[in-house]
Ligand binder design. Structure first.
Ligand code: NAD
Length: 542
């Protein structure tokens, strides 16, 4: 019998590879891009470990060359969704009962497989399918996925170690049970690491999942499933169900055994899931745990003591990395008048130096946005700004979807702090700047706090410490991840637990034990050592 006590100390973050010209990793990545570009794979459903081909298919294409088909995928039918739930429920019986160390070793093996054997496979799939450049794919598909897998083991060990004390005549324990039922995991297109973690954080705690992946990230999601299997994940622990979100969601959300939802995506979709659960609440066995990380309208706020070139760099990196398709992407900035002209000069220079194009040309900083509906939506905001008297486009503003869904990094300057593009999430390479009078710092902080329904990330740029402290206080509820003198994106597992409140989600902090705690339902066990034999209180003499 294995009675060892394991102590999983905090791991190191996975080192980021550089892909410098002439480097071995660059050669291997280019070869893998070539290999994946010259084949067309078939993506089945994977339920209970079995591949299912429904025959109802659609294509996965390259966003930068949308006639190029990378894969065809099979869409789930109603009976497949029902089978996935059944399979998750069945797999759970064994999965929840094995020692957590056995689950931990699968997480570690998956991390090692991604770190070594499949790094370029997963990075190339993320580049071609989701249109990330090499660096963005490396920090997401490789590093963050690996970090989540390894750190979650450490977080789980912290949770399991947290036990109540002994009593005078009793021994107490907390048994961290997995949830009673199955968990519905729903992933967005924009992060391979999130797709992985939505499932693996949940299964680390002994649960099983029905996973609805985003259609536009199916290539990397499918490779994740293959890696999990090779790492030893038993059949049925994660059930992979591509297809229509509305159809799949409808069946899953009305199931009596739904124990939780682990969601990342837009606020509108999460609101729909929450409402459906609310309407059905009397029909579940337990109250489902609802964990959702949703949209953002992330800001950079500058004080007049900020350094203009540092500020300009944060604005362009924060807004335009991965074409602004990060939930944490900066999309509004507040700049004091006295430093605006200099900041603007640096911003315009930097934007002009950003090359746009194919992900396989590593000199391109900007690639395509994810699909046509996203392209049309982003361009509609640019058109709106173009036609408005309250705004002026000072860089970019053009898009072309003839071959790929390309949009220039675009800067809007507005005189209206409530201009539409200051308030709504656009999820594209569009940044809106608002200039305020230097002596209106306090009022503009209030404006920033109250402008948007979201509260995900934000930054303050200042050299004056008192200004930083004031902003931090005034913007306490405006962001769940707040940065001093940095862009508001790029959170790392184990360093900056991630998530926001208000319209940005339930703030259950992915990349920390707080998230894993949501996937257990603790049972307290009290053992009385010598059981009483009399019911009377001590002061009762007779
Ligand atoms: P989305 O809401 O369109 O889709 C997310 C997932 O929900 C997809 O898999 C989709 O198929 C599924 N879905 C849609 N309708 C459904 C339904 N009725 N039932 C069940 N599933 C359904 O989001 P997206 O476009 O993939 O991702 C972009 C959004 O995600 C942005 O709003 C972004 O801010 C947000 N996001 C947030 C975070 C965060 O940590 N806060 C991280 C990444 C992305």
């Amino acid at each position: 019998m294995n009675n060892a006590i394991f102590d999983f100390t905090k791991p190191e973050n996975e080192p980021v590879q550089t892909y410098l010209p002439g480097s071995n990793e660059r050669t291997l990545l280019m070869e893998e891009l070539e290999r994946q570009s010259s084949q067309q794979i078939e993506i089945p459903l994977i339920i209970g470990g079995k591949e299912i081909k429904t025959g109802n298919t659609a294509n996965v294409v390259m966003p930068h060359d949308h006639k190029h088909i990378l894969a065809t995928f099979h869409k789930a039918r109603k009976e497949d969704v029902e089978l996935a739930i059944e399979s998750a429920m069945k797999a759970k019986e064994l999965w929840m009962d094995i020692s957590w160390i056995e689950r931990a070793s699968i997480m570690y093996k998956a991390a090692d497989l991604i770190s070594k054997k499949y790094r370029y496979v997963l990075n190339a799939a993320t580049m071609l399918g989701q249109n990330k450049n090499a660096y963005q794919a490396e920090i997401d598909a490789a590093c963050e996925t690996i970090d989540f897998l390894r750190f979650n083991v450490h977080f789980a060990s912290e949770i399991f170690n947290n036990q109540p004390g002994l009593g005078e005549n009793n021994i107490n324990r907390l048994e961290y049970r997995s949830l009673e039922g199955f968990v519905f995991t729903v992933s967005p297109f924009n992060f391979t690491a999130i797709a992985s973690n939505l499932n693996t954080s949940v299964v680390m705690m002994g649960n099983t999942t029905v996973w609805k992946p985003a259609t536009t990230s199916l290539l990397s999601s499918y490779y994740l499933m293959k890696i999990f299997k090779e790492a030893g994940m038993p059949d049925g622990v994660i059930n992979f169900v591509p297809g229509s979100g509305a159809m799949i969601g409808d069946i899953v959300l009305h199931h009596r055994d739904l124990a939780g939802i682990h969601f990342t995506g837009s606020t509108a979709t999460f609101n729909h899931l929450w409402k459906t659960v609310g309407n059905n609440v009397a029909n579940y066995k337990s109250y489902p745990k609802l964990v959702g990380e949703t949209g953002g309208k992330d800001f950079i706020f500058a004080h007049n003591s900020a350094d203009p070139i540092e500020l300009a760099t944060a604005i362009v990196s924060g807004a335009f990395e991965y074409q602004g398709q990060k939930c944490s992407a900066a999309s509004r900035a507040y700049i004091p008048k006295s430093i605006f002209e200099e900041t603007k000069k640096h911003i315009i220079e930097k934007v002009a130096a950003m090359k746009i194009g194919d992900v396989a040309d590593l000199d391109n900083f900007i690639n395509a946005v994810i699909d046509e509906s996203s392209f049309d939506n982003i361009m509609s905001y640019i058109k709106y700004a173009n036609e408005s008297a309250d705004a002026e486009i000072i860089a970019g503003g053009n898009g072309d979807k003839s071959k790929g869904y390309f949009i220039e990094p675009t800067l809007i300057l507005t005189t209206d702090p409530h201009f539409k593009t200051m308030e709504e999430e656009i999820f594209g390479p569009v940044m809106t700047l608002y200039v305020y009078e230097d002596d209106k710092f306090d009022e503009t902080l209030e404006l920033c706090d109250s402008t948007s329904p979201y509260a995900l990330t934000g930054s303050i740029f200042a050299r004056d410490k008192y200004a930083i402290v004031k902003a931090c206080k005034a913007l306490r509820y405006a962001a769940g991840n707040f940065y001093y003198n940095d862009k508001p994106s790029g959170a790392m597992v184990g360093q900056q637990p991630f998530g926001g409140a208000r319209g940005s989600g339930t703030n259950d902090k992915a990349g920390s034990s707080l998230n894993l705690l949501r996937w257990v339902s603790p049972r307290t066990i009290k053992e009385t050592l010598i059981s009483p034999t009399d019911f009377k209180y001590g002061y009762m003499v007779d």
